[in-house]
Ligand binder design. Sequence first.
Ligand SMILES: [Zn+2]
Ligand SMILES: [Zn+2]
Length: 373
Amino acid sequence: MSSTRDYYEVLGVERGASEDEIKRAYRKLALQHHPDRNQGNAESERLFKEAAEAYSVLGDAQKRAQYDQFGHAAFSGGGPGGGFRGASMEDIFSAFGDIFGGGFGDLFGGGRRQRGGPRPGRDLKVVLDLTLEEIDSGVERTIVLKRAEHCESCSGSGAKPGTGRTTCATCGGRGQVHRSQGFFTMATTCPNCRGAGQRLESPCATCGGAGTETRKAEVKIQIPPGIEEGVRLRVAEAGDVGEPGAPRGDLYCIVREKEHRIFERSGADVLTEVPVSFAQMALGDKVEVPTLRGRAEMAIPAGTANGKVFRLRGQGLPLLDGNGRGDQLVRAFIEVPKKLSERQKELLREFGEIEQKGSPHRSFFDKIVNYFS
Ligand SMILES: [Zn+2]
Ligand SMILES: [Zn+2]
């Protein structure tokens, strides 16, 4: 979609802005709406493209002069804006990468490939399902995965042993082709050689020229105590192998917490419930409570209300900064017995009769009585 908004407005600069101000304004917008930061956000993508479109005009002295004179009409009929209609993010990166120094990728540590260089390996992702106990103690895991390794027959070159490469006929060895769209010419990676500038004379029979084959690998990872759900642990260069001369990709381990039978997690705190009898709540008692690392004794004071939450300090999960632990929160609830012996029934009936004769503890009913009177 071609923008109809004023290009100065798009970049948020004055009409008299200097080249430098325009460049800076574009850089700021491009970073803000960068697809790596806004994955799947269509509005950001639109703004990103709109800014690129505005910059393609205002960043070029000649086009800017035309635009100042004629506005959007200067580029009607699929003008520079139209040029972005079908443009991919990759095209925009290669069109403007130079204003970002080392390229967009570097700014985000994404390691986007330098134009024409060997391609780094793909990043891989695995999900780590951890129990709360494992999260509590920290754990070492061995991850078994399949990843791309250099093909043994051709040592990763992709060429049949004894054969070499020829210059790519499509791009003449440059690795790029130029595509014209309206006034605008973009350099894109050559589709025939994928930017390498060369083609294999005869591909390796084992890997078909890819230079890689899939093999099983084991990667050890240390999971620190207290880690949170959704965290991505990066194991540098444990992903797919890269093209010769380029690094491996990384391995990302995404932490997922297994549901626990009795504990629920809330940050560094652990929540649980214990059933307590009415008599224990009323008279007070000590109860045994399960914790992540065994059992703890918890005092129930006399006259405890149903649902009261007790805090066991330091019985939660380790804090990530290493400064102690969270707490365990224990909700005590009254378990009403389903089966009663004759003797129990007798005592409860007796208790009920005494209570009806006006217990001094019926404060809630007193409140209701006061409310209506
Ligand atoms: Zn091979
Ligand atoms: Zn080529």
